[in-house]
Design a protein around this ligand. Structure first.
Ligand SMILES: Cc1cc2nc3c(=O)[nH]c(=O)nc-3n(C[C@H](O)[C@H](O)[C@H](O)COP(=O)(O)OP(=O)(O)OC[C@H]3O[C@@H](n4cnc5c(N)ncnc54)[C@H](O)[C@@H]3O)c2cc1C
Length: 400
């Protein structure tokens, strides 16, 4: 790995690798089987200083960069995709939006929760608004200086285990006029009207609940409104801008899972003998392994580059087009690499006694969650064509 990591980053990476291989990895199969949120892994991450890494020092965090967090996510995901995802959302999800747009009080609340092991939930997707997220119907009606939320989200990662929730909702004034989309903060068990519906029986990453989250006349006081810099009018764009950090993190989990699978395949190919030779001596497998290494190095370069990038207008979040390029390539390459790693194992790869089948289920999600590979291609196309590309029937418009 030739990326120019600093001595501090190499140290973070080495510490994360040690924790992953000695503590997190040995539990991964049991965590998958139990389908229970792995609180003991959260405690291990927290004890190692791997939660709240990007929280600034003035709020009690270590003030690390997104790339520093990515290094930890990658190491965790190599051995346990679920723990990789927890590391993403404890370091670069809703927490990053609050750190950038929040009031001092909101930042302190979020920092205290995350530094004590909370993985905030980000609530955007609804049954009728997936890729077309801006068509959400969850509403926040002004009543004096408060807001009353009603609606339902689904596929919310960590629903029932997360404390802090960042909820996207359509804002209406007291006369029923729409003002835009805003972000609202709520804390589980402290906000009456916040409840949970069905848990999704997922293909992989089974130890994190994917939940319906329901808002029934949920009152949000003014101090819990996460106001983006340009107000509600462009609130959705600002909030989605912050989401680019989580997007890079999601790609990193795919990268980590695939790297873990590749390393297992490499070792297995040297050990397993057929025709009285290690299968690594067959050119058919050598080229498969070589292709895997090429894809992983390319994915890693795109991911690290995106983590270090900044968006237009000096945005502190990763550049949207670079984040999209990284996630498209990494998610697709990772599925391919894990599929081929399983192939190298033959029947043993198809057995639940070995981790390849879990990795195969886990890695499948990353072309879907956090923006599908199709929608992200539209983000890239908009940048390279310098066009707005609304997907509704409004057609193509030149960028203003
Ligand atoms: C494991 C997991 C965790 C998730 N966690 C969260 C979470 O914590 N919070 C949250 O808010 N959401 C979460 N999601 C939801 C996720 O963001 C959505 O699934 C995603 O945005 C796609 O929406 P959809 O599933 O409704 O698919 P749809 O939007 O219905 O898309 C269906 C298909 O059509 C394609 N498509 C749609 N529109 C276009 C277009 N214009 N051009 C080309 N193709 C198009 C899509 O790419 C896809 O292949 C999660 C999803 C998963 C799987």
């Amino acid at each position: 790995m030739t990326w120019n990591l600093t001595p501090d980053q190499l140290d973070i990476q080495a510490r994360a690798r040690e924790l992953a291989t000695t503590v997190i990895g040995p539990r991964a199969a049991a965590v998958d089987e139990a389908e229970q949120y792995p609180w003991e892994n959260v405690e291990a991450l927290q004890a190692a200083g791997f939660t709240g890494m990007t929280i600034p020092t003035e709020l009690g965090g270590p003030g690390h960069s997104f790339l520093d967090a990515v290094l930890v996510v990658e190491e965790m995901a190599k051995v346990c995709g679920v723990t990789g995802r927890i590391a993403v959302e404890s370091n670069m999800g809703a927490i990053s939006a609050v750190m950038e747009y929040g009031t001092e009080q909101q930042k302190k609340l979020a920092a205290d929760l995350v530094l004590h092991g909370d993985k905030p939930a980000i609530c955007i997707t609804e049954p009728g608004a997936g890729s077309s997220a801006s068509q959400m119907t969850t509403r926040a009606d002004r009543q004096g200086d408060r807001f009353v939320l009603n609606g339902m989200k689904h596929w919310i990662t960590g629903g029932t285990v997360s404390k802090l929730h960042l909820i996207f909702a359509r804002v209406f004034d007291e006369d029923g006029n729409e003002e835009g989309i805003g972000g609202f903060l709520a804390v589980r068990d402290e906000n009456p009207g916040l409840s949970f519906g069905k848990r999704e029986p997922t293909m992989g990453l089974r130890a994190i609940p994917e939940m319906e989250v329901i808002f029934t006349d949920m009152v949000v006081e003014p101090e819990m409104v996460l106001m983006p810099p340009s107000g509600f009018k462009r609130g959705f764009a600002d909030l989605m801008n912050a989401y680019n950090a989580q997007r890079v993190g999601a790609g990193t989990v795919g990268l980590g899972i695939a790297t873990g699978a590749y390393e297992l395949a490499l070792a297995f190919a040297k050990e397993r003998e057929q025709f009285d030779r290690p299968i690594a001596e067959f050119q058919g497998l050598q080229w498969m392994l070589a292709d895997m290494s090429v894809k992983l190095e390319a994915a890693r370069s795109l991911t690290y580059r995106a983590a270090e990038s900044r968006g237009p207008n000096d945005s502190p979040f990763p550049d949207p087009a670079m984040a999209a390029q990284a996630k498209i390539f990494t998610a697709e390459a990772s599925i391919d690499v894990v599929n081929n790693a399983l192939q190298v194992f033959g029947a043993a790869g198809y057995s639940r006694r070995n981790p390849l089948e879990r990795m195969y289920r886990d890695v499948r999600m990353f072309t879907i969650g956090g923006g599908t590979a199709q929608i992200l291609r539209t983000v890239v196309a908009a940048r390279i064509l310098d066009m707005k590309l609304p997907q509704g029937r409004g057609g193509f418009l030149p960028r203003d």
